[in-house]
Design a protein around this ligand. Structure first.
Ligand code: FCB
Length: 447
Protein backbone atom coordinates (compact mmCIF):
# COMPACT_ATOMS: atom_id res chain seq x y z
CA UNK A 1 0.00 0.00 0.00
CA UNK A 2 1.38 3.42 -0.95
CA UNK A 3 0.87 6.04 1.71
CA UNK A 4 1.69 9.42 0.27
CA UNK A 5 1.65 12.47 2.46
CA UNK A 6 2.61 16.13 2.45
CA UNK A 7 4.71 16.60 5.56
CA UNK A 8 5.34 19.91 7.31
CA UNK A 9 8.56 20.86 9.13
CA UNK A 10 9.05 19.77 12.72
CA UNK A 11 7.75 22.37 15.16
CA UNK A 12 5.27 23.86 12.68
CA UNK A 13 2.55 25.77 14.54
CA UNK A 14 -1.01 24.61 13.98
CA UNK A 15 -3.87 26.51 15.49
CA UNK A 16 -6.86 28.74 15.12
CA UNK A 17 -7.37 32.48 15.36
CA UNK A 18 -9.93 34.59 17.22
CA UNK A 19 -10.42 38.21 18.24
CA UNK A 20 -11.60 39.41 21.64
CA UNK A 21 -14.70 41.26 20.53
CA UNK A 22 -15.85 38.34 18.41
CA UNK A 23 -15.72 35.76 21.20
CA UNK A 24 -15.79 37.43 24.62
CA UNK A 25 -19.15 39.21 24.83
CA UNK A 26 -20.08 42.17 26.99
CA UNK A 27 -17.45 44.49 25.63
CA UNK A 28 -19.22 47.64 26.84
CA UNK A 29 -16.50 50.28 26.62
CA UNK A 30 -15.54 49.67 23.00
CA UNK A 31 -16.45 51.54 19.83
CA UNK A 32 -17.88 48.36 18.32
CA UNK A 33 -20.37 47.84 21.11
CA UNK A 34 -21.71 51.35 20.54
CA UNK A 35 -21.74 50.77 16.78
CA UNK A 36 -23.82 47.61 17.12
CA UNK A 37 -26.53 49.61 18.88
CA UNK A 38 -26.98 51.95 15.93
CA UNK A 39 -29.77 50.85 13.61
CA UNK A 40 -28.69 49.41 10.27
CA UNK A 41 -25.06 48.87 11.18
CA UNK A 42 -25.13 45.07 11.52
CA UNK A 43 -27.02 42.65 9.30
CA UNK A 44 -30.26 41.47 10.85
CA UNK A 45 -29.71 43.90 13.76
CA UNK A 46 -27.50 41.19 15.30
CA UNK A 47 -25.27 42.11 18.23
CA UNK A 48 -22.21 40.45 19.66
CA UNK A 49 -24.13 40.10 22.92
CA UNK A 50 -22.57 37.25 24.94
CA UNK A 51 -20.65 36.17 21.82
CA UNK A 52 -18.99 32.83 22.66
CA UNK A 53 -19.04 33.61 26.39
CA UNK A 54 -15.30 33.68 26.79
CA UNK A 55 -15.86 36.36 29.40
CA UNK A 56 -17.81 33.82 31.45
CA UNK A 57 -14.91 31.40 31.17
CA UNK A 58 -15.87 29.36 28.13
CA UNK A 59 -12.39 29.90 26.71
CA UNK A 60 -11.42 26.97 28.94
CA UNK A 61 -13.65 24.50 27.12
CA UNK A 62 -12.53 25.93 23.77
CA UNK A 63 -8.86 25.54 24.69
CA UNK A 64 -9.68 21.96 25.70
CA UNK A 65 -11.14 21.42 22.24
CA UNK A 66 -8.04 22.88 20.63
CA UNK A 67 -5.71 20.63 22.59
CA UNK A 68 -7.87 17.55 22.02
CA UNK A 69 -7.71 18.30 18.30
CA UNK A 70 -3.93 18.34 18.29
CA UNK A 71 -3.45 22.10 17.94
CA UNK A 72 -0.22 23.47 19.38
CA UNK A 73 -0.87 27.21 18.95
CA UNK A 74 -3.72 29.69 19.27
CA UNK A 75 -4.06 33.31 18.22
CA UNK A 76 -6.28 35.52 20.36
CA UNK A 77 -6.53 39.21 21.05
CA UNK A 78 -6.66 41.35 24.16
CA UNK A 79 -9.25 44.13 24.32
CA UNK A 80 -7.85 47.61 24.82
CA UNK A 81 -11.26 48.94 25.93
CA UNK A 82 -11.35 46.37 28.74
CA UNK A 83 -7.76 46.88 29.87
CA UNK A 84 -7.93 50.70 29.77
CA UNK A 85 -11.64 51.59 30.08
CA UNK A 86 -10.75 55.23 30.78
CA UNK A 87 -7.60 57.06 29.75
CA UNK A 88 -4.77 55.99 31.99
CA UNK A 89 -6.95 53.79 34.23
CA UNK A 90 -5.93 50.15 34.11
CA UNK A 91 -8.45 47.48 34.95
CA UNK A 92 -6.71 44.86 37.07
CA UNK A 93 -9.50 42.33 36.61
CA UNK A 94 -9.22 42.57 32.82
CA UNK A 95 -5.48 42.01 32.96
CA UNK A 96 -6.09 39.08 35.27
CA UNK A 97 -8.62 37.67 32.81
CA UNK A 98 -5.99 37.68 30.05
CA UNK A 99 -3.31 36.27 32.32
CA UNK A 100 -5.68 33.40 33.09
CA UNK A 101 -6.19 32.79 29.37
CA UNK A 102 -2.49 32.74 28.62
CA UNK A 103 -1.78 30.48 31.60
CA UNK A 104 -4.52 28.13 30.48
CA UNK A 105 -2.91 27.92 27.05
CA UNK A 106 0.53 27.30 28.45
CA UNK A 107 -0.79 24.58 30.75
CA UNK A 108 -2.04 22.87 27.62
CA UNK A 109 1.26 23.31 25.78
CA UNK A 110 -0.39 25.64 23.31
CA UNK A 111 1.77 28.50 22.07
CA UNK A 112 -0.13 31.78 22.29
CA UNK A 113 0.00 34.56 19.75
CA UNK A 114 -1.53 37.77 21.10
CA UNK A 115 -2.97 40.54 18.94
CA UNK A 116 -3.02 43.93 20.64
CA UNK A 117 -5.61 45.59 18.44
CA UNK A 118 -8.08 43.61 16.39
CA UNK A 119 -10.52 46.12 14.84
CA UNK A 120 -11.83 47.53 18.17
CA UNK A 121 -10.83 50.56 20.20
CA UNK A 122 -11.92 52.13 23.50
CA UNK A 123 -14.73 54.62 23.01
CA UNK A 124 -12.74 57.33 24.82
CA UNK A 125 -9.92 56.84 22.32
CA UNK A 126 -12.26 57.27 19.37
CA UNK A 127 -13.85 60.32 20.97
CA UNK A 128 -10.38 61.89 21.10
CA UNK A 129 -9.98 61.37 17.34
CA UNK A 130 -8.88 57.74 17.38
CA UNK A 131 -6.26 56.88 14.75
CA UNK A 132 -6.97 60.11 12.88
CA UNK A 133 -4.66 62.19 15.05
CA UNK A 134 -0.96 61.58 15.74
CA UNK A 135 -1.76 61.44 19.49
CA UNK A 136 -2.87 57.84 18.83
CA UNK A 137 0.78 56.79 18.62
CA UNK A 138 1.60 57.55 22.24
CA UNK A 139 -1.75 56.34 23.50
CA UNK A 140 -1.29 52.99 21.80
CA UNK A 141 2.31 52.81 22.98
CA UNK A 142 1.27 53.41 26.61
CA UNK A 143 -1.31 50.64 26.36
CA UNK A 144 1.19 48.26 24.80
CA UNK A 145 3.76 49.03 27.50
CA UNK A 146 1.18 48.11 30.12
CA UNK A 147 0.25 44.88 28.38
CA UNK A 148 3.91 43.97 27.90
CA UNK A 149 4.60 44.59 31.60
CA UNK A 150 1.59 42.56 32.76
CA UNK A 151 1.49 39.72 30.23
CA UNK A 152 4.92 39.73 28.64
CA UNK A 153 6.18 36.80 30.69
CA UNK A 154 3.46 34.55 29.22
CA UNK A 155 3.81 35.20 25.51
CA UNK A 156 6.53 35.84 22.95
CA UNK A 157 4.56 36.11 19.69
CA UNK A 158 2.93 39.54 19.49
CA UNK A 159 0.81 40.89 16.69
CA UNK A 160 0.51 44.66 16.99
CA UNK A 161 -2.45 45.42 14.72
CA UNK A 162 -4.73 43.11 12.82
CA UNK A 163 -5.22 43.85 9.12
CA UNK A 164 -4.56 47.60 9.19
CA UNK A 165 -5.46 47.77 5.51
CA UNK A 166 -8.80 45.96 5.91
CA UNK A 167 -9.60 48.09 8.98
CA UNK A 168 -8.88 51.34 7.19
CA UNK A 169 -10.91 50.24 4.19
CA UNK A 170 -13.89 49.15 6.31
CA UNK A 171 -13.84 52.16 8.68
CA UNK A 172 -12.76 55.00 6.37
CA UNK A 173 -13.65 53.97 2.80
CA UNK A 174 -16.61 51.57 2.85
CA UNK A 175 -17.84 53.02 6.16
CA UNK A 176 -19.07 49.68 7.51
CA UNK A 177 -16.93 49.78 10.68
CA UNK A 178 -16.92 52.63 13.19
CA UNK A 179 -16.44 55.54 12.71
CA UNK A 180 -18.21 54.89 9.38
CA UNK A 181 -16.40 57.42 7.20
CA UNK A 182 -16.02 57.60 3.42
CA UNK A 183 -12.86 59.58 2.96
CA UNK A 184 -9.85 58.30 1.02
CA UNK A 185 -7.48 60.99 2.25
CA UNK A 186 -8.37 60.39 5.88
CA UNK A 187 -8.05 56.66 5.25
CA UNK A 188 -4.44 57.18 4.20
CA UNK A 189 -3.71 59.36 7.22
CA UNK A 190 -5.12 56.68 9.53
CA UNK A 191 -3.10 54.02 7.73
CA UNK A 192 0.05 56.10 8.29
CA UNK A 193 -0.72 56.87 11.95
CA UNK A 194 -1.36 53.20 12.64
CA UNK A 195 1.92 52.34 10.97
CA UNK A 196 3.76 54.69 13.33
CA UNK A 197 1.80 53.30 16.27
CA UNK A 198 2.84 49.81 15.19
CA UNK A 199 6.50 50.88 15.20
CA UNK A 200 6.13 52.40 18.67
CA UNK A 201 4.52 49.16 19.87
CA UNK A 202 7.31 47.12 18.29
CA UNK A 203 9.95 49.02 20.28
CA UNK A 204 7.88 49.05 23.47
CA UNK A 205 7.54 45.27 23.37
CA UNK A 206 11.22 44.75 22.69
CA UNK A 207 12.20 47.16 25.45
CA UNK A 208 10.03 45.26 27.93
CA UNK A 209 10.83 41.76 26.73
CA UNK A 210 14.01 41.04 24.78
CA UNK A 211 12.52 37.68 23.77
CA UNK A 212 9.42 39.25 22.17
CA UNK A 213 8.86 38.46 18.50
CA UNK A 214 6.68 41.15 17.05
CA UNK A 215 4.83 41.38 13.76
CA UNK A 216 1.44 42.29 12.41
CA UNK A 217 -1.27 40.50 10.40
CA UNK A 218 -1.57 41.79 6.86
CA UNK A 219 -4.74 41.10 4.90
CA UNK A 220 -3.58 40.01 1.47
CA UNK A 221 -6.27 39.83 -1.16
CA UNK A 222 -5.52 38.57 -4.64
CA UNK A 223 -6.10 41.18 -7.37
CA UNK A 224 -5.78 39.79 -10.89
CA UNK A 225 -6.52 41.47 -14.22
CA UNK A 226 -9.92 40.30 -15.48
CA UNK A 227 -8.56 40.38 -19.04
CA UNK A 228 -4.84 39.64 -18.71
CA UNK A 229 -4.14 40.84 -22.26
CA UNK A 230 -5.82 44.22 -21.66
CA UNK A 231 -3.29 46.69 -20.16
CA UNK A 232 -5.88 48.92 -18.38
CA UNK A 233 -7.09 45.88 -16.40
CA UNK A 234 -3.53 45.01 -15.48
CA UNK A 235 -2.94 48.59 -14.38
CA UNK A 236 -6.12 48.67 -12.26
CA UNK A 237 -5.34 45.31 -10.63
CA UNK A 238 -1.79 46.34 -9.87
CA UNK A 239 -2.87 49.68 -8.43
CA UNK A 240 -5.28 47.99 -6.05
CA UNK A 241 -2.59 45.53 -5.09
CA UNK A 242 -0.01 48.24 -4.41
CA UNK A 243 -2.35 50.50 -2.51
CA UNK A 244 -4.33 47.94 -0.53
CA UNK A 245 -1.91 45.06 0.00
CA UNK A 246 1.52 46.59 -0.14
CA UNK A 247 1.38 49.97 1.68
CA UNK A 248 2.58 48.82 5.09
CA UNK A 249 4.74 46.01 3.73
CA UNK A 250 6.77 48.37 1.55
CA UNK A 251 6.94 50.99 4.28
CA UNK A 252 8.28 48.59 6.90
CA UNK A 253 10.77 47.33 4.34
CA UNK A 254 11.92 50.68 2.96
CA UNK A 255 11.10 53.30 5.60
CA UNK A 256 8.90 55.24 3.16
CA UNK A 257 5.10 55.19 3.05
CA UNK A 258 3.50 55.83 -0.31
CA UNK A 259 0.23 57.72 -0.30
CA UNK A 260 -1.87 58.68 -3.31
CA UNK A 261 -0.53 62.20 -3.45
CA UNK A 262 2.94 61.87 -1.88
CA UNK A 263 5.43 59.61 -0.23
CA UNK A 264 6.29 60.12 3.45
CA UNK A 265 9.53 59.11 5.20
CA UNK A 266 8.86 56.80 8.16
CA UNK A 267 12.38 55.77 9.17
CA UNK A 268 11.20 54.57 12.59
CA UNK A 269 9.12 51.86 10.90
CA UNK A 270 11.94 50.35 8.94
CA UNK A 271 12.61 46.78 10.01
CA UNK A 272 9.88 46.67 12.67
CA UNK A 273 8.97 43.14 11.66
CA UNK A 274 10.21 39.97 13.36
CA UNK A 275 7.58 38.04 11.42
CA UNK A 276 4.83 38.84 8.96
CA UNK A 277 1.32 37.50 9.44
CA UNK A 278 -0.49 36.67 6.22
CA UNK A 279 -4.29 36.67 6.32
CA UNK A 280 -5.49 35.20 3.06
CA UNK A 281 -9.05 34.31 2.14
CA UNK A 282 -9.85 35.12 -1.49
CA UNK A 283 -9.02 36.91 -4.72
CA UNK A 284 -10.77 39.25 -7.16
CA UNK A 285 -10.66 39.76 -10.89
CA UNK A 286 -10.27 43.47 -11.58
CA UNK A 287 -11.59 45.21 -14.72
CA UNK A 288 -10.70 48.82 -15.52
CA UNK A 289 -13.76 51.05 -15.11
CA UNK A 290 -13.62 54.83 -15.46
CA UNK A 291 -16.93 55.20 -13.62
CA UNK A 292 -15.45 53.94 -10.33
CA UNK A 293 -12.96 56.49 -9.04
CA UNK A 294 -13.68 55.45 -5.43
CA UNK A 295 -12.75 51.92 -6.24
CA UNK A 296 -9.55 53.15 -7.84
CA UNK A 297 -11.01 52.64 -11.32
CA UNK A 298 -11.21 48.90 -10.87
CA UNK A 299 -14.45 46.86 -10.90
CA UNK A 300 -13.97 43.77 -8.80
CA UNK A 301 -15.72 40.47 -9.18
CA UNK A 302 -15.10 36.85 -8.37
CA UNK A 303 -13.89 34.53 -11.11
CA UNK A 304 -16.70 32.32 -12.40
CA UNK A 305 -14.42 29.31 -11.99
CA UNK A 306 -13.79 29.90 -8.26
CA UNK A 307 -16.18 28.12 -5.90
CA UNK A 308 -18.19 30.60 -3.82
CA UNK A 309 -18.87 30.33 -0.10
CA UNK A 310 -22.34 29.99 1.43
CA UNK A 311 -23.17 33.73 1.30
CA UNK A 312 -20.89 34.51 -1.63
CA UNK A 313 -18.39 36.27 0.66
CA UNK A 314 -15.36 34.23 -0.31
CA UNK A 315 -14.25 32.71 -3.61
CA UNK A 316 -11.90 29.79 -3.15
CA UNK A 317 -8.61 30.33 -4.95
CA UNK A 318 -5.88 28.41 -3.12
CA UNK A 319 -3.16 29.34 -5.62
CA UNK A 320 -3.58 32.88 -4.32
CA UNK A 321 -2.24 31.79 -0.93
CA UNK A 322 0.89 30.39 -2.55
CA UNK A 323 1.29 33.57 -4.59
CA UNK A 324 0.90 35.78 -1.52
CA UNK A 325 3.55 33.80 0.38
CA UNK A 326 5.80 33.83 -2.66
CA UNK A 327 5.59 37.59 -2.99
CA UNK A 328 6.09 38.17 0.73
CA UNK A 329 9.05 35.83 1.15
CA UNK A 330 11.10 38.21 -0.99
CA UNK A 331 11.18 40.58 2.02
CA UNK A 332 13.06 37.95 3.99
CA UNK A 333 10.85 37.97 7.10
CA UNK A 334 9.67 34.78 8.80
CA UNK A 335 5.97 34.31 8.14
CA UNK A 336 2.86 32.78 9.65
CA UNK A 337 -0.50 32.35 7.99
CA UNK A 338 -2.37 34.20 10.72
CA UNK A 339 -5.84 33.72 9.18
CA UNK A 340 -7.46 31.62 6.48
CA UNK A 341 -10.88 30.01 6.38
CA UNK A 342 -14.34 30.14 4.90
CA UNK A 343 -17.92 30.88 5.99
CA UNK A 344 -19.80 27.66 5.50
CA UNK A 345 -22.42 26.59 8.05
CA UNK A 346 -23.19 23.24 6.36
CA UNK A 347 -19.46 22.50 6.07
CA UNK A 348 -19.96 21.46 2.47
CA UNK A 349 -17.14 23.58 1.07
CA UNK A 350 -14.74 23.86 4.01
CA UNK A 351 -13.06 20.42 3.80
CA UNK A 352 -11.90 21.00 0.22
CA UNK A 353 -11.09 24.67 0.93
CA UNK A 354 -8.96 23.65 3.89
CA UNK A 355 -7.19 20.83 2.09
CA UNK A 356 -6.41 22.90 -0.99
CA UNK A 357 -5.16 25.89 0.96
CA UNK A 358 -3.00 23.67 3.15
CA UNK A 359 -1.62 22.02 0.04
CA UNK A 360 -0.71 25.50 -1.28
CA UNK A 361 0.92 26.22 2.08
CA UNK A 362 2.87 22.98 1.91
CA UNK A 363 4.10 23.93 -1.57
CA UNK A 364 5.34 27.24 -0.16
CA UNK A 365 7.16 25.34 2.59
CA UNK A 366 8.72 23.06 -0.05
CA UNK A 367 10.06 26.14 -1.83
CA UNK A 368 11.78 26.94 1.47
CA UNK A 369 9.67 30.00 2.03
CA UNK A 370 10.01 30.68 5.75
CA UNK A 371 6.43 29.93 6.84
CA UNK A 372 6.32 28.66 10.42
CA UNK A 373 2.66 28.12 11.19
CA UNK A 374 -0.97 28.26 10.20
CA UNK A 375 -3.94 29.65 12.15
CA UNK A 376 -7.35 28.70 10.82
CA UNK A 377 -10.18 31.21 11.19
CA UNK A 378 -11.76 30.05 13.44
CA UNK A 379 -12.20 27.41 16.14
CA UNK A 380 -15.84 28.24 16.95
CA UNK A 381 -18.39 30.35 15.01
CA UNK A 382 -18.18 33.91 16.25
CA UNK A 383 -19.57 37.41 15.75
CA UNK A 384 -18.59 38.46 12.24
CA UNK A 385 -18.66 42.25 12.49
CA UNK A 386 -21.12 44.00 10.18
CA UNK A 387 -22.22 40.55 8.98
CA UNK A 388 -23.28 39.59 12.48
CA UNK A 389 -24.01 35.91 12.99
CA UNK A 390 -24.91 35.32 9.34
CA UNK A 391 -21.47 33.93 8.56
CA UNK A 392 -20.14 30.80 10.21
CA UNK A 393 -16.39 30.35 10.04
CA UNK A 394 -16.02 27.83 12.87
CA UNK A 395 -14.57 24.36 12.83
CA UNK A 396 -17.22 24.04 15.54
CA UNK A 397 -20.78 25.26 15.02
CA UNK A 398 -22.11 27.50 17.77
CA UNK A 399 -25.69 27.67 18.99
CA UNK A 400 -25.61 31.27 20.18
CA UNK A 401 -28.57 30.78 22.53
CA UNK A 402 -27.49 27.62 24.30
CA UNK A 403 -23.76 28.13 23.70
CA UNK A 404 -23.47 24.50 22.66
CA UNK A 405 -20.57 23.81 20.31
CA UNK A 406 -20.89 21.00 17.77
CA UNK A 407 -17.91 19.84 15.74
CA UNK A 408 -18.21 20.12 12.01
CA UNK A 409 -16.47 17.45 9.96
CA UNK A 410 -13.72 19.93 9.24
CA UNK A 411 -12.80 20.00 12.93
CA UNK A 412 -11.89 16.34 12.65
CA UNK A 413 -10.13 16.83 9.32
CA UNK A 414 -8.02 19.65 10.71
CA UNK A 415 -7.30 17.62 13.84
CA UNK A 416 -5.94 14.75 11.72
CA UNK A 417 -3.64 17.15 9.89
CA UNK A 418 -2.44 18.86 13.07
CA UNK A 419 -1.77 15.57 14.83
CA UNK A 420 0.14 14.14 11.88
CA UNK A 421 1.85 17.45 11.02
CA UNK A 422 1.02 16.29 7.51
CA UNK A 423 -1.78 15.82 4.99
CA UNK A 424 -2.07 12.18 4.09
CA UNK A 425 -3.64 10.84 0.90
CA UNK A 426 -5.90 8.76 3.06
CA UNK A 427 -7.19 11.80 4.97
CA UNK A 428 -7.76 13.75 1.76
CA UNK A 429 -9.67 10.83 0.31
CA UNK A 430 -11.90 10.49 3.34
CA UNK A 431 -12.83 14.16 3.58
CA UNK A 432 -12.80 15.31 -0.05
CA UNK A 433 -12.74 12.28 -2.31
CA UNK A 434 -13.19 14.16 -5.63
CA UNK A 435 -10.25 16.40 -4.78
CA UNK A 436 -7.97 13.66 -3.49
CA UNK A 437 -7.36 12.32 -7.00
CA UNK A 438 -5.79 15.56 -8.15
CA UNK A 439 -3.95 16.19 -4.89
CA UNK A 440 -2.43 12.73 -4.90
CA UNK A 441 -2.43 11.63 -8.52
CA UNK A 442 -2.16 8.05 -9.76
CA UNK A 443 -0.91 5.27 -7.57
CA UNK A 444 -0.33 7.52 -4.55
CA UNK A 445 -3.90 6.81 -3.56
CA UNK A 446 -3.56 3.04 -3.88
CA UNK A 447 -4.20 0.77 -0.96
C1 FCB B 1 -10.80 38.84 8.87
C2 FCB B 1 -10.83 39.40 10.28
C3 FCB B 1 -11.44 38.47 11.29
C4 FCB B 1 -12.65 37.71 10.73
C5 FCB B 1 -12.33 37.11 9.38
C6 FCB B 1 -13.44 36.33 8.77
O1 FCB B 1 -10.66 39.88 7.95
O2 FCB B 1 -9.53 39.71 10.71
O3 FCB B 1 -11.74 39.19 12.44
O4 FCB B 1 -13.73 38.53 10.69
O5 FCB B 1 -11.93 38.13 8.50
Amino acid sequence: MVRAQFTFPRGFLWGTATAAHQVEGGNAASDWKAWEREPGRVLGAHTSSRACEWLQGRYIEDFDRAVADGHNALRLSVEWARIEPEPGRWDAAALQFYRAQLLALRERNITPMVTLCHFTQPLWFMERGGWETPACIQLFERYVQKVAAELGDLCTLWCTINEPNAYVFAAYVAGVFPPGRHNLLLAQQVHLNQLRAHAAAYYALHAARPDARVGWAQYLRGFVAARPGFPPDRWAANWQHQLFNMGWVNAVHSGRFRMLQRSVPVPECRGTCDWLGVNYYTRDLVAFDLRRPFELFGRRQYAPADVLSENGFIASHPAGLFRALEEMQAFGWPMFVTENGVEDAPDSMRPAYLLEHLRALWQAVCFNYPVHGYFHWSLVDNFEWERGWTQRFGLYALDVETQVRTPRRSAQLYAEICRANAISAETAQRYAAPLAGSMFPGSMLAG
